[in-house]
Design a protein around this ligand. Structure first.
Ligand code: DCT
Ligand code: MG
Length: 412
């Protein structure tokens, strides 16, 4: 097993089992049998393209991860997500279970499921999960914008399994949930790349009209090269620090005046750098000026049409008001707008590009391997007791001692 070509950071993350076996065999003068695959332990050390070469396996593990998450069992969910991420990173199709010997992230449970899939083409556990009333109801209820696992669980316990039952249950829904129910079908239809591009043109037009010189960057799954997503994520900044303050309100006012918003909920920036270092990483996502919204996207809005409409907002407003059901000329799309000061932009971009697992693994690597804490705002070195600045994602990877992974390789 020649691991000399493995970069420093990847060798560091190689599972101990592989390295030990390698050293032992070398000492004993044994011929070393080459493993079918090599993979580093942390997802942030690997290149993970979309969709990968093992979609039968990754789709199945994703169902089990989702089912665990919907049960509120985060640990189990994470274990399946790690297995899924590892398999997506492999550079060819897995033929048999033996090829996976020594690889990290694959627990006994995942291996049993993989074996089932490789031998029978299906996994009975995955099929049972998919058809279980609980999984189906929880998926349906959490598919309502504004409904999390806890709320869905409570409703399910009360016997609510369908949207009709929810509507007649007498539960009072908050504004987000009401919008979620109203636009349920639209919001559960994946957003295409073309629709994301059309939304980009809308957002850029509005942002530039309220703050010339501001920069709009498409983040989330679309930046990772995905062809569809559940929403469209944007990161907005301005090269002059401070100019971005309060920007979210101006953007919202402009979108509303053009009749482009069906729903919005915004939060202000509450991030303050503390002398003790970056805040709890998992809570860092929601401290920027941010707007969770639902856009009204006209049906035939190709990016080109949208660009033309930008120059004639009145036309869009009139068209958007024709809300005839069924053949209505628009559809609802979830859009997240996040505003970052330029000094935090690289961290925000890394955080908002995802995937969720990739982010989680980068933070885990930072703490465990480098004694640093990473958030979407900053990177803090606990040994040096100081913040490490960065103006690009490349610099952040370098601070962390990680080889740079491009956005399209972050689909763990
Ligand atoms: N994110 C994160 N942790 C969270 C939520 C989000 O790190 N709890 C980051 C990772 C991805 C990015 O924010 C955008 O989030 P989503 O839109 O939920 O993810 P996505 O990868 O864009 O997925 P989709 O294509 O379905 O929108
Ligand atoms: Mg997204």
């Amino acid at each position: 097993l020649d691991i000399s070509w493995y970069t420093e950071s990847m060798r560091e993350g190689l599972p101990v089992a592989i390295l030990d076996r390698h050293r032992l065999q070398e000492q004993q003068g044994d011929p070393v049998e080459a493993p079918a695959f090599l993979a580093a332990s942390y997802a942030c050390q690997r290149n993970t393209p979309q969709p990968g070469h093992n979609t039968l396996l990754t789709a199945a593990l994703s169902v089990l991860a989702e089912s665990a998450e919907l049960n509120g069992d985060e640990g189990r969910g994470l274990a399946f997500r790690r297995s899924e991420g590892l398999l997506r990173s492999l550079d060819r199709r897995v033929q048999g279970l033996a090829e996976l010997r020594g690889l990290p992230c694959l627990g006994d449970h995942s291996r049993r499921v993989i074996q089932d899939l490789l031998e029978n083409g299906v996994s009975s556990e995955v099929e049972e999960t998919k058809s279980s009333p609980r999984y189906k109801a929880m998926k349906l209820l959490t598919g309502i914008f504004g409904v999390g696992v806890k709320t869905a669980k409570r409703w399910f316990t009360e016997g609510i399994c369908s949207l009709a039952q929810l509507e007649t249950s007498g539960h009072s829904l908050n504004a987000a949930q009401q919008a979620g129910l109203k636009y349920y079908t639209d919001l559960n239809q994946p957003v295409s790349r073309e629709e994301a591009d059309a939304v980009s043109v809308m957002v850029e037009g509005v942002v530039h009209s309220v703050l010339p010189g501001a920069r709009v960057t498409l983040a989330g799954g679309f930046r990772r090269g995905k062809m569809s997503g559940h929403d469209v994520d944007f990161l907005i900044t301005h090269p002059d620090e401070g100019k971005e303050e309060g920007l979210i309100h101006k953007i919202i006012a402009c979108l509303e005046s053009r009749g482009l918003l069906l729903y919005q909920q915004n939060t202000r920036n509450t991030y303050r750098e503390s002398a003790k270092g970056a805040g709890r990483p998992s809570s860092s996502m929601d401290r920027f000026e941010r707007c969770f919204s639902i856009f009204k996207l006209t049906n035939d809005s190709s990016p080109e049409d949208t660009r033309r409409a930008q120059q004639d907002p009145e036309r869009v407003r009139v068209e958007a008001d024709q809300t005839g059901s069924g053949g209505r000329p628009w559809r609802a799309v979830r859009v997240d707008l996040v505003v970052s000061p330029i000094s935090q932009f690289a961290f925000a971009l890394l955080g908002w590009t995802g995937s969720k697992l990739f982010e989680r693994e980068t933070r885990r690597w930072a703490v465990r391997e480098r004694s640093m804490s990473l958030s979407s705002h900053a990177l803090y070195d606990r040994n040096q007791e100081r913040y490490l600045r960065a103006s690009s994602e490349e610099e952040i990877f370098a601070h962390l001692g990680l080889e740079y992974v491009s956005p399209t390789g972050r689909n763990a």
